[in-house]
Design a protein around this ligand. Structure first.
Ligand SMILES: Cc1cc2nc3c(=O)[nH]c(=O)nc-3n(C[C@H](O)[C@H](O)[C@H](O)COP(=O)(O)O)c2cc1C
Length: 221
């Protein structure tokens, strides 16, 4: 860290409020035996509170070169797996084809809750990916049809032209799904849950999965 002129910026950072509202205590003895039930319960509470984009999470993967990569994606469903969708041609799709593991990190500031879900990732059957794509807004579908995510944008004026072309193609053929669009399921074997508190570090519970099922223990936060 350097001194002034960044000193005032450090001051700004220190003054950002970090303390959440009071929530029930989190202890291994009281949590659901399946951590995805806890995640579902907390997501339902965030939805109830109308937390903006509460179903977004950071998805961390490992690139073929062994580098960490993380970005935000949207939760598509939650059963015995965490579901998300993306083009298989994207950097995360390429990473997952090479090293099919990931960690999903959910964080909700108001309630001071973090859930980290780690495990193996597999593409869903084709019809699930197709259903997901057809349920997307046409503008979101257009981006995937254009198929240039992550490549250099040489000419910004092309954006509108290619989007209009893609929207016209969708109107003409509304059921068409690009081959690359893929729903993925992250099957957890490790879940780490943190509940922050207004006046302390809060609590932390770690779930691990063995052939006997899930077990939970309290950790120092
Ligand atoms: C709130 C939010 C939600 C997003 N949801 C998705 C998503 O569900 N799927 C997706 O492919 N990209 C989504 N993105 C874009 C990704 O964060 C990312 O920029 C893009 O997928 C390229 O990532 P990659 O190059 O690491 O593969 C979202 C971005 C934000 C900010």
């Amino acid at each position: 860290m350097t001194d002034a002129p960044t000193g005032s910026f450090r001051e700004i950072l220190r003054e950002i409020p970090t303390r959440p509202t009071e929530q029930p205590e989190l202890r291994a003895a009281d949590v659901p035996s399946d951590p995805l039930l806890l995640l579902r319960d907390w997501l339902e509470q965030e939805a109830e509170r109308e937390t903006p984009v509460a179903h977004a999470f950071a998805l961390a993967t490992v690139s073929p070169e062994g580098e960490p990569q993380a970005r935000t994606v949207i939760l598509k469903d939650l059963d015995d797996a965490v579901w998300f969708a993306t083009p298989s041609t994207s950097a995360k799709g390429v990473a997952l084809a090479h090293t099919p593991v990931a960690e999903a990190v959910f964080y909700w500031a108001k309630t001071g809750r973090q859930v980290r879900v780690r495990g193996s990732v597999a593409p869903a059957p084709r019809d699930v990916s197709e259903q997901d794509f057809r349920a997307r807004h046409p503008k979101a579908r257009a981006g995937v049809i254009i198929g240039r995510q992550g490549t250099e944008l040489d000419d910004p004026s092309e954006v509108e032209r290619l989007r209009d072309e893609a929207l016209a193609a969708i109107e003409e053929n509304p059921d068409e799904v690009p081959e690359s669009w893929t729903a993925y399921r992250l099957e957890p074997d490790h879940v780490d849950v943190v509940q922050l508190r207004p006046a302390s570090d809060g609590e932390r519970v770690e779930y691990t999965r063995s052939e006997h099922g899930w077990s939970a223990r309290d950790l120092w936060p």
